[in-house]
Design a protein. Structure first.
Ligand code: FAD
Lengths: 193, 426
């Protein structure tokens, strides 16, 4: 909670200072609004595949967006998009989305998934993704209430690069998951609010 | 302002009296919270401008005037031609915007009085404004291809505005015998949705492959190159072999006339006969923008690209397909991005502040099959008054991507559609 509040203040500060800022500086909302064509208004995705990004942790958002820009993190399109923003702008964009409320999907759980996924989650994932994936911090994202389509895509991408998936401990565990297990985990997190 | 632009402006009777405004400084909008903004057109540009203006300052009274009772999206309408989507799944209502406090009026604006600051609809209603935003899309140049009139186009549908024409084209394709020829003629630049004709060819090929595998598709092009060309041509070949033939302008693809009886297309070198013919007419700004004299010699609306204020009249803003926006293509995503920049500029002006520094994005996804998506993206800023692409950013899907990546991009394409329409109407 404290984390969320401080990122909110940071975002407001940035918005205000850039509105009054010198010529050539693009405000946080001006920059962030361009993302909404794919991630929807305030980053609360209406889709099944595009991730919700509004309400994610400021530090995590910054790292991810920078890693897309540098190519450290693979992507179908985010790399092409993020190369259009300076480091300062990426800080402003991250703070802007961190200050938005997180909106979980309205999907409900499928009984068979719960059975498979709860077990894997408890043994292999909960240590880092606490409280059923609700916890987030600057190094790891919230999973609860994220779209299953996106989670599946992210887990498949992680499994494909195996040991190179970061963090390594997660990569090693995701590598061992079957398609069915990945799908069940994705739908399990999606249904957690 | 070009001489021609000025002449066209003065010709419009409703605006003629306001010639003095041309040289006087922009009319100041009173700083009172009750500024009235009228938005004409509830599509990709207009719906977004209305919503983001209302979000920026809830005290601005925003009225959105749209001639149709619902909005039908062109993006994804090529999937109606393949049979993968219904027209209903392209149809959106304005209830979400009403809930946000935006007044929605179904009316066709037929008159703009720039001096008195009002527009009038065919209903007779008059809407007063302090700022006017126009996002009326495109209109067709019915004088460009001999014999191609609005009436003839009813039989040879362009389907370049989603709705009855889309369904008609679908029905014609369904009625065509296996072994038939479908001809698309693609217009010269600039036009709405540069990858659209080529995506259409792919979507129809997808349908033919399953139901009419001996059929052929010919694209007669006014141009010698087109958007995402390499990706399209590789995708066509991979999935449809030689079914799709593209004829460049130089190779005889320019269509000069149509035989209104048979639909034969008269080219510079030879004539082309198809069983189903879809000539996409050359285009210009929406009819309202043309008749109000907001266009220049190019047929499109010159604007200050930082605010989208018409350079022919400062209290009228033009966004979306109708405007000239530097290197941005005429797409739904561009219109969305421009609507936000325009809304921010107007909100700032009403608050007595300078227009904010703009940022724009465009992305166009195209589907070659339901599991083969490709994309082009651009990130832009303003340099010396012109929208330019930021170097190093944007670009195409890689040529050598594997099937899995193409499938993921196809899923993202569908999700893009969910999200951009949620951004508009949610
Ligand atoms: C086949 C096809 C596929 C496409 N695919 C894509 C895609 O995948 N991605 C993409 O980004 N773009 C795509 N586009 C392009 C996209 O449709 C346009 O660029 C976009 O609609 C432009 O937005 P606009 O606001 O300028 O016009 P529109 O969205 O057309 O909105 C204009 C609105 O104004 C209304 N109107 C016009 N005149 C008046 C009047 N006088 N009074 C009241 N209302 C009026 C119209 O009824 C309409 O609702 C595609 C286009 C086509 C034809």
């Amino acid at each position: 909670m404290r984390l969320r509040m401080s990122s909110t203040l940071l975002a407001v500060g940035l918005t205000l200072s850039s509105a009054a800022a010198a010529e050539g500086v693009r405000s946080a909302s001006m920059l962030a609004n361009t993302c909404a064509g794919c991630h929807s208004t305030h980053g609360a995705s209406a889709g099944e595949q595009m991730p919700t990004i509004g309400g994610m942790d400021n530090g995590y958002l910054y790292d991810v967006l920078r890693d897309y820009k540098t190519g450290v993190r693979g992507s179908t399109i985010m790399g092409r998009i993020m190369r259009g923003y300076t480091d300062r702008e990426i800080h402003a964009i991250a703070a802007y989305f961190a200050a938005q409320p997180w909106v979980s999907t309205d999907r409900v759980a499928v009984a068979t998934d719960l059975h498979i996924a709860r077990d894997i989650h408890a043994r292999q994932c909960e240590t880092c993704h606490e409280d059923g994936g609700r916890e987030q911090e600057d190094k790891s994202p919230r999973l609860a209430g994220q779209w299953a389509g996106y989670l599946e895509y992210a887990l498949e991408a992680c499994r494909e690069i195996g040991h190179r998936c970061r963090p390594r401990k997660m990569g090693e565990r995701v590598m061992e998951l079957s398609d069915a297990e990945i799908a069940a985990l994705a739908r399990f997190y999606e249904s957690e609010k | 302002m070009t001489d021609l632009g000025r002449r066209a402006f003065l010709k419009t009777s409703a605006l003629a009296a306001s010639a003095a405004l041309l040289t006087s400084p922009a009319r100041r909008v009173h700083a009172a919270p009750k500024a009235r903004v009228v938005v004409v057109g509830g599509g990709f540009g207009g719906a977004i401008a209305a919503k983001y203006l209302q979000m920026a300052d809830p005290e601005i009274r925003v009225t959105l005037v749209e001639k149709e009772p619902v909005f039908r999206s062109c993006p994804m309408s090529n999937e109606v031609l393949s049979g993968d989507r219904s027209l209903d799944a392209l149809t959106f209502d304005f209830r979400g915007l009403t809930r946000r406090g935006i007044a929605i009026m179904q009316d066709e604006i037929t008159e703009i009085d720039a001096e008195q600051h009002f527009v009038r609809g065919s209903s007779g209603n008059r809407y007063n404004y302090d700022k006017l935003i126009l996002s009326p899309g495109v209109s067709f140049r019915w004088d460009a291809i001999e014999g191609l009139t609005e009436e003839v186009a009813e039989r040879f549908p362009h389907a370049w505005k989603a709705g009855p024409q889309t369904l008609k084209l679908r029905q014609q394709l369904e009625a065509m015998d296996d072994g038939g020829v479908f001809i698309i003629s693609a217009p010269p630049n600039p036009f709405r949705c540069p990858p659209g004709p080529y995506e259409r060819a792919a979507q129809v090929a997808h349908y033919f492959k399953q139901h009419k595998p001996k059929s052929k598709i010919i694209i007669l092009d006014a141009k010698d190159a087109f958007s995402k060309q390499g990706l399209f041509q590789a995708g066509w070949k991979q999935h449809y072999g030689d079914m799709i033939e593209w004829v460049s302008g130089a190779a005889g693809g320019i269509v000069e006339a149509i035989d209104p009886k048979t639909g034969a297309l008269i080219g510079t070198v030879e004539d082309f006969h198809g069983n189903v013919v879809s000539p996409i007419p050359p285009q210009r700004a929406g009819a309202l923008a043309v008749s109000a004299g907001l266009t220049d010699a190019s047929g499109w609306c010159p604007v200050d690209q930082k605010t989208f204020a018409s350079t022919l009249h400062p209290d009228i803003h033009v966004i979306g397909d109708s405007c000239i926006a530097g290197v941005m293509p005429k797409s739904g995503y561009s219109a969305n991005s421009q609507g936000k920049v325009c809304a921010a500029a107007i909100a700032a002006e009403i608050a007595g502040q300078a227009a904010p520094e703009p940022s724009y994005v465009n992305t166009c996804y195209s589907l070659i099959t339901p599991d083969h998506g490709i994309s082009v993206a651009g990130v832009y800023d303003l340099e010396d008054g012109q929208i330019v692409g930021i170097e190093g950013a944007g670009g195409l899907s890689p040529m050598d991507a594997d099937a899995r990546t193409r499938a993921i991009e196809a899923r993202f394409a569908h999700d893009w559609f969910r999200n951009i329409t949620a951004d508009m109407f949610g």
